[in-house]
Design a protein around this ligand. Structure first.
Ligand code: HEM
Length: 538
């Protein structure tokens, strides 16, 4: 799901024409309802580019890759690493430094943990129970507690067998279908998610559950960037019939509503029936249903259970898949780094077995590659917006209630003071070597503290995401060499430079890569391991 609200929707043209004629600034405040500013000490807003009356900075907002513009603005205006923008009645604060993000979103978390009101999604399309959309309140706390029980750093140990099995299954597919990495990467990441969440086994590429979820996740793209439709700015417009926005809008709204149903209500009802019949395998959904069932069979908190389970696919599939694709891209771009990682694995395993998650601490160079993949092309470059629930003052600046907070993860990950030569892919930046000792440096800024967001809304799935990434990376490195494929003239087929511009949206074209087994022994070991692996049970 697109994560940032800007002002590029085509729906705005007629609205603006009417607005500029009809609305005075004061009436914007009345309709928007977000701007009841009390600033008795008349403190300044944080610095930022100068806007124009009524529209504010709307026309300066970049159409794409806004994080790059934020970085430039930070250098120009943001000597304090904060940039203030205003679009119509909405205040926006962009935070470009790790320290400020950590302080405001964690230490002052009681003020900064709301989400902007994505009214189109929440009020008009039934996405109101998905954790990622929830306001900071009781449902938010309940769903965080629910998911934390299954995804905290120690809980995810119970998925070790499943994550390992699926990484090995992915690698074994590369023996026969070396050109289909993107498809199988996605399938096996989703297989883990579906098994953990619903106990559903994904066996084929065209699995019905995956297809439904995929269509549902895609239906959000018609309204990207989320929060940018006139309905989000002026809820009063919601009283008008949808057809005033055109036929396509009506169709896209139907798809969005169906998407919400297919992602949360449909699988929930199915698992609830199975629990009642006593035939549901253990899963997050079945366990939550059992935990919340009263003695007369009624299930409490149904909306929260279905929302918490539904968000796992939306938030976890694209992000993890895209990160692994970025890893493959870096291995093709930097073959010497690939060889160094393989040498580290070979030295530990001696070709006698495949890696397991227990080997993580013993392979510091691989850990460094994982961190560098997350940093170099963060999949959520401007995070998910937070919002403030009350007025705040920070370093002599005023931050009004209802301000949308953008964490500019891209700029933080490319800050040259923390990461010298930030555009270089250089895992060695995290490593110290001396004699026969190689270990992760203790004194570096850890990208894992940035890319998963901040404070009370920090990513729920960060531990399972890095476990899936690590396991896939280690297994592929142990068994295959990957390189750019060549065209009929022997020229390397490289994706365009902006292929992985780092959003969790899908890449423009499928990543082509050429997987060649490192040796016959590696293939034999892989096949034997896959055959001897038993079905996984939670
Ligand atoms: C490499 C993979 C991933 C990355 C980089 C990532 C990154 C993020 C970021 C930046 C946020 C926003 C945090 C904030 O608001 O400050 C987030 C939220 C979230 N993530 Fe992830 N994520 C990843 C994988 C996953 C997975 C596998 C799951 C599922 C288990 C997941 C579940 C969530 C949920 C539920 C939220 C919303 C939390 C809330 O609103 O309170 N993520 N993630």
């Amino acid at each position: 799901m697109s994560s940032f609200s800007s002002f590029s929707s085509s729906y705005w043209a007629p609205v603006l024409a009417v607005l500029s004629l009809l609305f005075l600034r004061i009436s914007l405040r009345t309709f928007g309802g977000q701007n009841s500013v009390s600033n008795p000490r008349r403190l300044p807003y944080p610095p930022g580019p100068r806007g124009i009356p009524i529209l504010g900075n709307a026309l300066q907002m970049p159409k794409k890759d806004h994080w790059l513009t934020f970085g430039k603005w930070a250098a120009e205006f943001g000597e304090r690493n904060l940039i203030h923008l205003k679009i119509l009645n909405r205040h926006i604060l962009v935070i470009t430094s790790y320290e400020d993000a950590e302080y405001l979103l964690s230490v002052r978390g009681s003020i900064y943990s709301d989400r902007p009101k994505l009214r189109l999604f929440r009020d008009h399309a039934n996405w109101d129970n998905f954790l990622i959309m929830l306001p900071y309140g009781s449902s938010f706390h309940l769903q965080r507690r629910m998911l934390n029980e299954y995804f905290n750093s120690s809980a995810i140990k119970r998925y070790t067998g499943l994550v390992t099995k699926n990484a090995q299954a992915l690698a074994s597919q590369m023996i026969f279908s070396p050109r289909k990495f993107p498809e199988f990467n996605r399938m096996f990441i989703v297989a883990t998610i579906m098994m953990i969440t619903y106990g559903h086994e994904v066996k084929r590429e065209d699995d019905e559950w995956v297809r439904d979820a995929e269509i549902a996740a895609r239906s959000t793209n018609n309204f990207a960037p989320a929060g940018s439709h006139p309905l989000d700015f002026f809820p009063i417009l919601g009283a008008l019939p949808y057809r005033i926005w055109g036929k396509t809008f009506v169709k896209h709204m139907e798809e969005l509503r169906k998407g919400a149903y297919n992602l949360s209500t449909k699988p929930y009802l199915l698992i609830r029936d199975r629990v009642k019949e006593g035939i549901a395998p253990y899963s997050i959904a079945s366990h939550l249903i059992e935990e919340n069932s009263s003695s007369d069979g009624e299930v409490l908190n149904e909306k929260d259970i279905s929302g918490a389970c539904g968000i796992i696919y939306v938030a976890g599939a694209d992000t993890t898949t895209a990160s692994i694709n970025t890893f493959i891209l870096t291995m093709m771009l930097y073959p010497e780094i690939q060889r160094k990682a393989q040498a580290e694995i070979d030295a530990l395993l001696q070709g006698e077995r495949l890696p397991t998650l227990h080997d993580r601490d013993a392979l510091p160079y691989l850990a460094a590659i994982l961190k560098e993949v997350l940093r170099w092309r963060p999949v959520a470059p401007s995070g998910m917006p937070h919002a403030t629930v009350e007025d705040d003052e920070y370093n002599g600046m005023f931050i009004p209630k209802g301000t949308m907070i953008i964490t500019d993860i891209w700029t933080m990950c490319h800050n040259p003071s923390d990461f010298p030569n930030p555009m270089e892919f250089d895992p060695d930046r995290f490593i110290e070597e001396g004699g026969s000792i190689r270990r992760l440096r203790a004194d570096f800024r850890d990208p894992e503290d940035i890319v998963f967001g901040f404070g009370r809304r920090i990513c729920v799935g960060q531990h399972i995401a890095t476990a899936q990434m690590w396991m896939t990376m280690a297994t592929l490195l142990a068994t295959f060499h990957t390189s750019f494929p060549k065209d009929k003239d022997g020229k390397k087929i490289r994706p365009p430079d902006d292929h992985f511009v780092a959003t969790s949206r899908h890449p423009k074209t499928a990543l082509q890569s050429n997987f060649v087994p490192r040796s016959e022994a590696a293939v034999k070991l892989l096949e034997e391991t896959v055959q001897s692996t038993e079905d996984w049970k939670m």
